[in-house]
Write a protein that binds this ligand. Sequence first.
Ligand SMILES: C[S@@+](CC[C@H](N)C(=O)[O-])C[C@H]1O[C@@H](n2cnc3c(N)ncnc32)[C@H](O)[C@@H]1O
Length: 209
Amino acid sequence: MTAPAYDSDFWENLWAKTLRDQADAVARRPPNQFLVSEATSLTPGRALDAGCGHGAESLWLAAHGWRVTAVDFSTAALDHARATARYLGEEIASRIDFVQGDLGSWVPEAGAFGLVVSLYVHVAGAMEEMVRHLAGAVAPGGTLLLVGHQPVDPATGAPTRAAGQQQVSLQAARTVLDPGDWTLLVAEERVRSTGSGVDAVIRARRSGG
Ligand SMILES: C[S@@+](CC[C@H](N)C(=O)[O-])C[C@H]1O[C@@H](n2cnc3c(N)ncnc32)[C@H](O)[C@@H]1O
């Protein structure tokens, strides 16, 4: 069987179907466990949620005082996220700027964000390139938080449901993040508390600030 391309058509179709068939379940999805554990102690400022999907993490950030730029290329996902933000009220909705963009070509404002988050985004091109773009958007003293499903279960060596996908890995983060400019505070594989599988979790602090 040919692997999906994970391009904008793939994601648009997947989100349209998921939101049509399981809108209530999507609306009940909690914010990502690693975002909550890693970002709760940070001082709110500007945040970028790259590949925001249905928006649970952008909404959580906005509810915790962040001004969020939430980027995705799926119209269906962005419409859903916008509607949820409006439902939660003007205070939260006004803190999120939803942007339709392709992370392969959309380059965030350099050094502008106190927190850059990207969770489970599979890219069509080289992962190192996307990490480089995202890292460049972090302000001095700011935080980069990346999480990616791992294609192979490190305990068994068996392929996971993310096999064949290009998601962030510890190796990609170590390759891109120059130790002269970045402190890797977390770089480890962690078992997810929901569903199954193992994620690479990377939290890095940019020097300065
Ligand atoms: C697995 S979902 C994760 C969504 C959300 N971050 C989460 O953790 O629930 C991946 C998301 O990335 C988006 N995405 C994938 N590639 C992208 C790209 N090149 N540009 C913009 N968005 C992209 C998809 O539309 C989808 O919403």
